[in-house]
Design a protein around this ligand. Structure first.
Ligand SMILES: Cc1cc2nc3c(=O)[nH]c(=O)nc-3n(C[C@H](O)[C@H](O)[C@H](O)COP(=O)(O)OP(=O)(O)OC[C@H]3O[C@@H](n4cnc5c(N)ncnc54)[C@H](O)[C@@H]3O)c2cc1C
Length: 384
């Protein structure tokens, strides 16, 4: 008797979008007995999954933080993973340092917080979604002989080629640890990373048409070169004085908010400096100690001397290292949602920028689910 055919799908990128696509693929395969048994390889260039979701200090977000009531797919995923939502606190007094260096205060108006009206955060931080996805993928695949998932952390995709016989694909991966290349045969590929990174970092055979490559290179990776900091305290001293945690006009912070979680009290904010409001290594953000002192100085000026007792954690999203951005593409959501498939057989594009959802987590989830359906259909020979 012939062994049933086996499908192989390679998912590139283990951020929110790539991991969502893996979970959605498992669901599709497990609910379709006629789909061939499937091996899923996940290539992740970094040492750990998560991408632009990173939480620290007991749940404070250094990457994405907020969702909004209209984020239907994201909230449905959070529910499936048992990650609960908490409203972003905003009530109280807003503090602002004017260009004259004077500090002014006024009662907060609803929506006068960095996320706007209706912002919700995730219990334990947005990275809880990543942890939940990894857990769910492992438990759903365990013991199911029809699905096999292998995570290759520290392994960057450098090439995708149509195989010579024209029947499949070859994916080239380069391991950071061993500096060696590996070739994986695939029936379908999901590229769950920003369009800029796809065009800048991955070689295609046949090559991408120049107009498509240019369009992808000119698509901004959302929030690239953004700096964020979280400052934790023993107690929420600003609340005792009636402050909301929102403050503006600092020397280092652009805007802050109350970023506390159960048992952890924190003020977080976007950092100013550099192009696009982000961290600019070599200027404002060097040396690190001076920056931390300035951060604590801003908080003390807004909310009182206790502000100087905080512990600072900072994160710069350096898109040149992560995503190959060497120059600034046009700002905004230019070209978002334009590319959902490449002109190679069965190569699909996920990642938030492949959906028209402003670069948010909702777009990453929608893209992951849509690309999973595309890759599932492409490998669904329905033979058994
Ligand atoms: C500071 C900041 C604040 C944000 N705030 C919010 C917010 O409040 N609300 C919101 O909804 N969204 C926010 N976002 C956006 C949100 O983080 C993204 O929408 C979401 O995380 C994108 O997920 P993704 O999987 O599409 O991409 P990514 O998270 O970028 O994942 C791509 C993955 O691919 C990997 N990779 C890259 N190149 C390769 C390669 N060649 N081979 C293998 N792997 C590769 C990367 O290491 C990464 O893990 C924010 C982002 C930042 C940076």
């Amino acid at each position: 008797m012939l062994a049933p055919p086996l499908a192989t799908i390679v998912v590139v990128g283990a951020g929110l979008s790539g991991l969502t696509s893996v979970l959605a693929l498992i669901s599709l395969i497990q609910s379709s007995p006629s789909h061939p048994p499937t091996r899923i390889h996940v290539l992740e260039a970094s040492a750990a999954p998560g991408g632009r979701l990173k939480s620290d200090c007991g749940g404070a977000d250094l990457g994405a933080a907020w969702s909004w009531p209209t984020d239907r797919r994201l909230h449905s995923l959070a529910k499936e993973l048992n990650v609960s939502l908490l409203p972003q606190p905003w009530e109280g007094v807003v503090s602002e340092i004017l260009p004259s260096n004077q500090v002014t205060k006024h009662p907060a108006r609803e929506g006068e917080v960095a996320c706007g009206e209706g912002g919700l955060r995730f219990q334990g931080g947005a990275h809880s979604l990543v942890e939940g996805l990894v857990r769910e993928i492992e438990s759903r695949a365990a013991g199911d002989p029809r699905v096999n998932v292998t995570m290759h952390a520290g392994s960057a995709c450098t090439g995708v080629a149509e195989a010579e016989a024209g029947t499949g694909l070859e994916v080239r991966a380069s391991s950071n640890a061993t500096q060696t290349d590996e070739l994986l045969a695939a029936d379908a590929v999901i590229l769950a990373l920003p369009p800029h990174a796809i065009a800048a970092k991955i070689q295609f055979e046949p090559p991408l048409p120049q107009s498509l490559k240019d369009s992808m290179l000119s698509t901004q990776t959302w929030m690239f070169n953004m700096g964020k900091a979280t400052v934790t305290f023993d107690r929420p001293f600003w609340r005792d004085k009636g402050f909301s945690g929102t403050a503006q006009g600092g020397s280092v912070f652009d805007i802050t908010w109350d970023n506390s979680y159960s048992g952890t009290y924190a003020i977080a904010g976007f950092l100013t400096g550099g192009d696009g409001g982000g961290d600019s290594p070599g200027s404002l953000f060097e040396p690190a100690r001076t920056v931390d002192e300035r951060i604590l100085g801003d908080i003390a000026k807004w909310f009182g001397e206790e502000g100087k007792t905080g512990v600072v954690t900072r994160q710069t999203w350096d898109a040149s290292a992560m995503y190959g951005h060497e120059a600034h593409p046009p700002s905004g959501h230019h070209n978002y949602g334009a590319t959902k498939k490449l002109p190679l057989r069965n190569v699909f594009v996920a990642g938030t920028e492949s959906e028209d959802e402003h670069g948010h987590m909702e777009g990453a989830v929608r893209a992951g689910e849509r690309a999973a359906r595309q890759a599932f259909a492409a490998t669904d020979t329905g033979t058994s």
